[in-house]
Design a binder for this molecule. Structure first.
Ligand code: PMP
Length: 351
């Protein structure tokens, strides 16, 4: 028997959003719109060069992100999706047995990446209203804590953290612990009190922000994301990054997407409008759902009923993300996709 890491079998597996032929896929928080013509054209132009390695330093992309956010290029590390960048953060921060604190339920990659790095996940249950329990997260800090992940809006519950909340939280955690604000869904966050990760990054020496091109920018299949982090930390992230992870097509598409922000914003606005419509309809059916701030809504469902809800939706050709406990997350799609979902969920008795 070939020897492997003994802890590997305990590792939870990442469950990707299900896909079924002919079904409507609302299971992976993807953008339902196809690539913009301008972005697609840029990718086509770059495609004949893919026999060569990409620019490992992603110099042009990093310069463009730096310009967009008014930060320095030295403060940015890119990766193949923000998942890879989060892996960089944990690998660069935690030694064997060190601790990474995050809310639970939150993004399912958190416990996996933590354990792959040999670190220990410290999972703090959400409050009854599906929000981060920040006092409990602060109280969980020990000498072994290396990273705290704040996910806002939180995947899968959609709740948002306010400026005041994060301000209070940062005051209560040691300044030598890195606090990562995962803003994968920031473009959809319409909460007027929402914290801005970049503002916190500018004001605190122990804050990093995680952004992705997969959601609002619609580049999920190309895989590109980045962290904005204090210079020394960003340099360490680049040190542990997978060399050449961000391919040429992803790099040019990300630049083209930043150039196309006004056009992409219209799509985001439509999705936010659809989110309000879906939420209102669900509530009128009797579902009690937390105010959603991402591109998805959260149905808290009693564990025993989750398979029934999942099956009822599947039967109508709608694939959502049913967690084995806790509930069902439904991505906001195009108006037609959402209509199909709403029609399907009508057959289900709300909690
Ligand atoms: N953070 C959160 C909260 C997410 O929900 C996701 C995607 N599901 C990611 C990060 C990673 O996205 P990507 O790797 O595509 O950038």
């Amino acid at each position: 028997m070939i020897k492997q890491r003994s802890s590997l079998e305990q590792l939870p597996l990442y469950v990707p959003g299900k896909k079924m032929p002919h079904a409507i896929k609302l299971s992976a928080n993807e953008n339902p719109y196809p690539p913009l013509d301008s972005v697609l054209e840029t990718v086509r132009e770059a495609a004949p060069g893919f026999h060569l390695y990409p620019d490992m330093g992603a110099v042009d992309l990093i310069a463009r992100i730096a310009q967009r956010l008014e930060v320095r290029p030295e403060e940015i590390s890119v990766g193949a999706g923000s998942i890879e960048v989060l892996g960089q953060i944990i690998n660069a921060s935690a030694d064997e047995g060190d601790e990474v604190i995050f809310a639970w339920r939150s993004f399912e990659a958190y416990p996996i990446l933590t354990q792959v790095a040999g670190a220990k996940p410290v999972m703090i249950p959400l409050t009854a209203d599906e929000r981060h329990d920040l006092p409990a997260m602060a109280a969980a800090v020990t000498d072994r804590t290396r990273v705290i992940l704040l996910c806002t809006p939180n995947n899968p519950t959609g709740t948002s953290l306010s400026t005041e909340e994060i301000e209070g939280f940062l005051a209560s955690v040691p300044s030598d612990v890195l606090v990562v604000i995962d803003e994968a869904y920031v473009h959809f966050n319409t909460d007027e009190n929402a914290a801005s990760g970049i503002d916190f990054f500018r004001r605190y020496d122990n804050v990093a922000v995680l952004h992705t091109f997969s959601k609002a920018y619609g580049l999920a299949g190309l895989r590109v994301g980045y962290a904005v982090a204090p210079e020394r930390i960003a340099a360490n992230l680049r040190r542990v990054a997978m060399p050449f992870a961000v391919n040429t097509l992803a790099q040019v598409a990300a630049i083209a997407s930043l150039d196309a922000e006004p056009e992409l914003q219209k799509r985001v606005d439509t999705l936010v409008g659809e989110r309000a419509r879906v939420t209102a309809e669900l509530r009128s059916m009797g579902w009690s759902i937390p105010e959603p701030y991402g591109n998805f809504v959260w149905l808290r469902v009693e564990t025993a009923r989750i398979p029934e809800v999942d099956a009822a939706l599947l039967e109508k050709g709608v694939v959502t993300r049913a967690y084995p406990s806790d509930g069902v997350r439904v991505t906001i799609g195009s108006p037609e996709m959402n209509d199909t979902f709403l029609e399907a969920i009508r057959a289900v008795t709300p909690e």
